[in-house]
Design a protein around this ligand. Structure first.
Ligand SMILES: [Zn+2]
Length: 151
């Protein structure tokens, strides 16, 4: 494999839950692979979730059976942690803004890119626990625009 191949852009990343009920495309815009954020909160630690997003990386989610979609909220209750109600896999977290939803993807659900090859950083958002405005402003800056089918 030549170095140009190694440095090739991931392009559109495909992924989803285990059973296929939740499927997404993630239009990664950068030449380098996404950096994964390993959140240290109780919820993400229990899932082993590794999140990524980019404000220009469009996410398209298709839910085959909308009745089998778990939207779990906790803490500031400003994000829906979207897991499949059939196979149980935590796939995305979505946050609603007045101009649409933004989301982060759990890279462990990538099909077309091996998450083990992506760089990882540890994150801790405890400092935002009492500052929901700061939390929402960060998501607006960093999270990816999300379109869902069905809406
Ligand atoms: Zn599933």
């Amino acid at each position: 494999m030549c170095p140009a191949d190694v440095a090739a852009a991931p392009g559109t990343i495909f992924g989803g839950c285990h059973c296929g009920n939740l499927r997404y495309t993630f239009a990664w815009p950068l030449p380098e692979a996404p950096t994964l954020r390993v959140c240290g909160c109780d919820y993400c630690t229990r899932h082993g979730a590794a999140w990524t997003s980019h404000p220009e990386a469009r996410l398209n989610l298709v839910v085959q059976t909308p009745g089998q979609l778990i939207a779990y909220r906790f803490g500031s209750a400003t994000a829906d942690f979207l897991a499949c109600g059939c196979c149980g896999i935590l796939t995305l977290a979505a946050c609603a803004f007045e101009d649409g939803e933004r989301a982060v993807v759990n890279a462990n659900t990538f099909d077309s890119l091996d998450a083990a090859t992506c760089p990882r950083i540890a994150t801790d958002f405890d400092a935002e626990a009492n500052d929901t405005a700061a939390r929402l402003a960060r998501r607006r800056r960093n999270w990816s625009p999300l379109a869902r089918t069905p809406r």
